[in-house]
Design a protein around this ligand. Structure first.
Ligand code: SF4
Length: 257
């Protein structure tokens, strides 16, 4: 290598985030919410009516579904005494029901026993993914692009996006799945060889989000297949996506990068 290039590399220093599990995000980042166990029914009912996507429920107990939440923050603005978003970004999980946060939730649980054995056996050290934007607004898509940048550097774990689904091990769906994209999404999924994984990235992919009741979306694809990883967020954060994938692939302890 030429001396000039070495000098440039030295000047750049270390740009990648060494430990993606312990990095601290800005306090204003909205990640896992905390709900109060002392909330009054009147206040919860008010939030239920306020939430645009029906993410907040009063029964059987006060809860917030991260798979529906758009992270708009209106509930916190309205009732900061009973709901507060923390900057905990480790909120991806492999079970849909684990996205429901209650007053007793201290972390989003990942069910390692539910991971298909072939996923860790075959994709633990290398995983190629095809991304399908199924009516997305390009926000989650941009964050997925950021996963490969010099800071997050997802490629260091052998994870990367490829163009051809035939060369991939799974697909990452973003967007609520519009009718116009449903056939293309199915074709893409069919083109990925078995065994394959399915990841839903972003609130819209997980539940339809704001478009949940729209006649322009077709959720039959999502309902037909088992999802291996749910990555909530609107948009998702690269740390949520990469850490969720690492949990799915390797079951890493918190201290390991
Ligand atoms: S932050 Fe989530 S739960 Fe709160 S009002 Fe917005 S969409 Fe509803």
């Amino acid at each position: 290598m030429f001396p000039t290039e070495l000098k440039i590399l030295k000047a750049h220093g270390t740009q990648y985030i060494r430990n993606l599990k312990t990095v601290e995000l800005h306090p204003l980042f909205r990640g896992r919410p905390e709900l109060s166990g002392e909330a009054k029914p009147k206040d919860i009912n008010e939030l239920e009516r306020l939430c645009p996507t029906g993410a907040i429920s009063a029964a059987p107990e006060f809860s917030l579904d991260l798979g529906r939440c758009m992270f708009c923050g209106e509930c916190q603005f309205c009732k900061p005494q009973i709901i507060r978003f923390t900057n905990d970004y480790n909120i991806a999980t492999n079970r849909r029901e684990n996205l429901t946060v209650t007053a007793s939730t201290k972390a989003i649980h990942f069910d390692h026993k539910a991971v298909r054995p072939e996923i860790r056996k075959l994709f633990g050290s290398a995983l190629k993914l095809r991304q399908v934007s199924a009516g997305g607004d390009n926000s989650c898509e941009m964050e997925l692009n950021a996963c490969g940048n010099v800071n997050f550097d997802m490629g260091r774990f052998g994870i990367e996006f490829l163009a051809s689904p035939r060369h991939c091990d799974g697909i990452v769906v973003t967007g609520p799945v519009s009718q116009n994209m449903s056939a293309a999404l199915q074709m893409c999924y069919d083109a990925v060889p078995e065994p394959k994984i399915l990841i839903l990235a972003g609130t819209e992919a997980i539940s339809g989000g704001m478009f949940n009741n729209s006649p322009a979306i077709d959720r039959s694809f999502v309902e037909k297949y088992t999802t291996d990883l749910f990555v909530p967020g609107n948009p998702i954060h690269p740390l949520t996506f990469i850490n969720g994938l690492r949990e799915l692939l390797l079951e890493l302890p918190l201290s390991e990068s």
